[in-house]
Design a protein. Structure first.
Length: 474
């Protein structure tokens, strides 16, 4: 694995600077390896390669790009176990989750992009005007560590389908899966310069990419704070910016729901991936008169969650991805206690069985108001807050009383009832009765959760420009 080189112009090349950073196994706190971190000149070389490749790749036929995506899917499938193992080691995902979700999501996005491309027509007509759709150009892609392959593939697949070229900066916390991803694209025959990979931090490589005059679009996934910096850096060159940012999503359990089923399912679901999901529904909103019942159900569900070594078969939750993440979660749990929240289960410190590793106790708070810090700030860990509501209008008000608007959830035995409430939640997506994500439906948020959409045909369209040609038709 080429950890000390970057993939630029179809080749693994040496960086222009000598800076490296360790990649740490969050279960053991031991160094797996170290990777090179790039500088501005590495970014310039990668962008130049992408710009040159765009001249020809943007002109390829729909049929050529369909064949390319099909080859990528085949090679990806052959490397799926390598990807799963690597993700488990570098960001702490249990192997079962890496095998059933982390690695397969990449194939899901390539399959969805393939379907979108097959159904796509690059020209439509409006009177005497032809409207044509063309690739937006050179794209910078900045991706996070929590669902690394999901976010890489959700950007790269539609960009390739649209005929764009790109430079990827993956998270330096979990970068090794991106190296395998580059190997997959190389083996599948992606033309030189179409896909480029440069490792680096946000302040150097991220800023250089988002401000680069020859980058036409930035697709960013990460924190709202970092997304604001990306937008600022991109503003002087007026490039397109799409952002998938933070969330503090509400899960409304309506009074006519099956509480045992809904609470048990959703508490357990929150802890998947150690709670490190931007769309996690971490505010559990329940009728005030049923709070005690919910506390008992949530406590029972949380205390059945097995925290352990990601390689062990019985592990449901592994560590969080880094020391910085561990310390942030510990700080916020303590703030929840200090502000008067009722600690139902969990709390600060590692689970009793662990003396090292970034393991966090699955934690549930009750007696929380929506004004408390842990109800406002994205924790990004296995921490649930239970908030009581007076009536349905109060539940909707609390759900929408947030700076974010990424996701939400509603549970009810009456699907029409759930639908009506879902349509009043100001978020980019809502899960009814535990329904999961689909990679061919739009993913993205309102308000400070970002702009633009990923996944399927909606994500594909983000990488296209429209051009009106007037008088083109008789």
């Amino acid at each position: 694995m080429e950890t000390k080189k970057f993939y630029i112009g179809g080749k693994w090349v040496n960086p222009t600077v000598k800076t490296t950073v360790e990649v740490v196994n969050p279960s053991t706190e031991e160094t797996i390896t170290s990777i090179a971190l790039g500088g501005v000149e590495d970014v310039n070389a990668a962008v130049a390669a992408a710009k040159k490749a765009f001249e020809t790749f943007s002109q390829t036929s729909k049929e050529d790009r369909i064949a390319l995506l099909e080859r990528i899917i085949q090679v990806y499938q052959n490397r799926s176990s390598d990807l799963a193992k690597t993700i488990s080691e570098e960001m702490g995902s249990p192997m079962w989750l890496a095998n059933v979700a982390h690695a397969p999501l990449g194939i899901g996005h390539f399959s969805s992009a393939l379907t979108a491309l097959k159904n796509f027509s690059n020209e439509e007509h409006n009177g005497t005007t032809s409207v044509v759709y063309e690739p937006v150009g050179v794209c910078a892609m900045i991706t996070p560590w929590n669902w690394p392959l999901n976010q890489i593939a959700a950007k790269v697949a539609p960009a390739l389908a649209a005929g764009c070229t790109m430079v990827l900066k993956p998270s330096e916390v979990a970068p090794l899966n991106a190296i395998i991803f580059a190997e997959i694209l190389h083996e599948a025959g992606v033309p030189a310069g179409v896909f480029n990979l440069v490792h680096g931090d946000g302040l150097t490589v991220g800023a250089a990419l988002s401000s680069h005059r020859d980058v036409d679009m930035v697709s960013f996934t990460g924190s709202t704070r970092a997304g604001i910096d990306v937008a600022r850096n991109a503003a002087p060159t007026v490039k397109r910016v799409t952002q998938e940012l933070g969330g503090k999503s509400a899960n409304i359990i309506l009074d006519d729901a099956n509480f045992e089923e809904a609470v048990t399912r959703d508490v357990t679901g929150l802890f998947v991936n150690s709670g490190q999901s931007c769309n996690a529904v971490s505010r559990l909103l329940v009728p005030e008169h049923r709070v005690d019942e919910v506390i008992a159900l949530a406590k029972a569900a949380a205390e059945k969650v097995v925290v352990g070594n990601p390689a062990d078969e019985g592990t449901f939750v592994g560590p969080v991805a880094s020391l910085a993440q561990f310390e942030k979660i510990q700080r916020l749990i303590q703030i929840g206690i200090d502000e008067g929240g009722m600690l139902v289960t969990g709390g600060t410190g590692r689970p009793e069985a662990f003396k090292k590793g970034f393991f966090v106790k699955p934690t549930v708070f009750a007696n929380i108001t929506n004004e408390m810090t842990i109800a406002r700030e994205e924790i990004f860990g296995p921490v649930l807050t239970i908030i009581g509501y007076k009536d349905e209008e109060d539940a909707i008000r609390i759900a929408n009383d947030t700076d974010y608007g990424l996701a939400g959830a509603v549970s009810s035995e009456n699907l029409d009832h759930a639908r009506k409430v879902a349509r009043r939640i100001r978020t980019g997506m809502v899960h009814l009765n535990g329904a999961g994500l689909e990679t061919d439906s739009p993913f993205g948020g309102y308000k400070q959760s970002g702009n633009g959409r990923e996944f399927g045909s909606h994500g594909f369209k983000e990488f296209l420009e429209s051009k009106s040609i007037y008088g083109d038709r008789a």
